[in-house]
Ligand binder design. Structure first.
Ligand code: MLC
Ligand code: AMP
Length: 471
């Protein structure tokens, strides 16, 4: 049975932990975090009904208190990337209907500002919250258009976390360390809320560098493949992780050579798991089962998967045949905010969510993620980035006549954003100016790493750009 979200944090009968969360060089006890969050939640409720709180999600105690406080009060919370540029912040704030802002004032954000760090400590938030209510809106890229708000309920998040606790034997005796951003599923829901749900300690390392992971002294480490690649290039730090219980990789494919090298340097085969903002984590290797390089394991408790051919027929589970991956389970989202048609198109008529990923399944139920159906969804450093968003941003520049954005293979980032640009302008310094434009308009991590000027884009007879010819 699913436990109520954050049940370990809210359990006042359990012994306190004076080091429940360490973040930004500060440590909060479980009781302090609970009472400060409750105080902030009560303050949000005093603002009146229908509040939505946007949190500039720096990795700080303020962010943790703000998110937890909003969850306790039943006020939907929208984590905002602190590096988001003007266009992206404006979109997130307007689309989510945010009414309150937590964080430093930003140009273009004209909302009442709340300061969770000043809230009075309170024993509880005196308001029951229905588990199926919208708890969090996470913005994520699609292949086209601006990022979409993914609606998550407390019940869905709790179901996803309970399933991981079971697969990973994750308990209150663990200490989780990671240095991932707090505006996505991996860092925020798994890393922070997961620890508060299960009762494990959390150490947020700031940046996810090998040295900081080595110093964290944790039992479980979470990282995107770029983090693990960097760990394997720092043998001394890698050796310090040998005593950990689990090294967990997700959010993008972990290259087999990195898996092998990590095992060599730490004596531990990493746990690989697969998820999406929309689905939480649906597939994982188990702590007590085989860990196979290049494979992401089996469905977690409550999740189901199937793979289909283009015509909708089932694909055999022979480990080789590739099909479109579809999933279902209690951890899935409740739709995209303000986008009923996109929401409807994401599910099959018989109730399965279409992931957009291609996968193979073997006779034992092990899954291998082969890639994505669309070349327009890029994964760079574990960030999901729509080629269309970057193309739209670049086309707003007068120097850009035509553009095509792709993810090129990259040893460190998995994929590197490359923009092919057709221009009539002088190209002196133009590449740098275009990169800066995207960083300031969208966000730092969405900036192209490289601009390639070309006389024309490859097109088919219909005039459609042939991105595969650029890869
Ligand atoms: C960073 N820099 C900036 C900046 N941000 N400079 C100016 N403005 C900004 N806003 C500088 C840094 O100081 C640094 O400089 C340099 O840029 C590189 O910074 P970095 O942080 O190391 O960046 P990079 O190498 O590009 O990032 C690698 C990374 C990052 C792994 C740290 O990509 C990352 O955090 N990825 C995690 C993404 C994630 O959490 N995805 C989960 C999605 S949820 P210097 O001088 O110090 O080098 C999901 C579901 C699931 O997918 O399954 O989990
Ligand atoms: P996001 O919404 O940022 O969570 O991105 C979800 C996407 O990340 C999935 O659709 C996959 O393409 C990719 N992904 C996540 N985990 C893995 C993994 N372990 N292996 C391969 N791809 C992954």
């Amino acid at each position: 049975m699913t436990r109520a979200l954050l049940h370990a944090l809210l359990d006042t009968t359990a012994a306190d932990d004076d080091r429940a969360v360490t973040i930004d060089g500060m440590t909060l006890s479980r009781s302090e975090l609970r009472e400060r969050s409750a105080g902030f939640g009560a303050e949000l409720l005093r603002l009146g009904p229908d509040q939505v709180v946007a949190v500039n999600a720096e990795p700080t105690p303020t962010t943790v208190i703000a998110v937890v406080g909003a969850l306790l009060a039943g006020v939907p919370v929208v984590p905002v990337p602190p590096d988001a540029g003007h266009a992206e912040v404006a979109h997130i704030v307007a689309d989510s209907g945010a009414t309150v802002w937590v964080g430093p004032r930003r140009d273009g954000v004209d909302l009442a500002v709340a300061a969770p760090e000043d809230s009075v400590r309170t024993a509880t938030v005196a308001k029951p919250v229905a588990p199926e209510q919208v708890a969090m809106i996470l913005y994520t890229s699609g292949t086209t258009g601006a990022p979409k708000g993914v609606l998550l309920s407390r019940r869905g998040m709790a179901a996803g976390l309970d399933a991981l606790a079971e697969a990973w034997q994750w308990t209150a005796d663990d200490t989780v360390a990671h240095g991932l951003p707090l505006f996505h599923t991996h860092g925020l829901i798994l890393g922070v809320l997961g620890s508060l749900h299960i009762g494990s300690r959390l150490v947020h390392t700031g940046k996810p560098t090998p040295e900081r992971y080595a110093e964290a002294g944790a039992t479980m480490y979470f990282g995107v493949p770029t983090v693990w690649t960097r760990v394997t290039r720092d043998e001394r730090s890698a050796a310090a992780l040998a005593s950990a219980r689990l090294l967990v990789s997700g959010s993008a494919p972990l290259p087999v050579p990195v898996f092998d090298r990590l095992r060599e340097l730490t004596g531990q085969a990493p746990i690989e798991r697969y998820g999406m903002t929309e689905t939480m984590i649906t597939l994982s290797t188990r702590a007590d089962d085989e860990r196979r390089p290049g494979w992401v394991g089996k469905p977690v408790a409550g999740a189901q998967t199937r793979i289909q051919a283009d015509d909708g027929t089932p694909v055999p589970h022979d480990g080789e045949s590739i099909g479109r991956l579809q999933v279902r389970g209690p951890m899935l989202f409740d739709g995209y905010l303000n986008r009923p048609e996109v929401t409807a198109a994401s599910w099959t008529a018989d109730g399965w969510f279409v992931t957009g990923d291609l996968a193979a399944i073997d006779a034992d139920g092990f899954h291998r993620i082969v890639g994505r159906e669309s070349v327009d969804l890029i994964k760079s450093g574990g960030y999901r980035i729509g080629a269309g968003e970057i193309e739209t941003s670049l086309l707003a520049r007068p120097e850009v006549t035509e553009v095509a954005v792709i993810g090129a293979p990259d040893d460190d980032l998995g994929q590197r954003i490359v923009a092919y640009v057709v221009t009539d302008s002088d190209t002196t310094d133009l590449a740098d100016r275009l990169i800066t434009h995207v960083a300031e308009d969208l966000s730092w991590h969405k900036r192209p790493r490289e601009i390639r000027f070309v006389p024309a884009l490859p097109r088919n007879a219909m005039g459609k750009v042939q991105k595969k010819a650029l890869m």
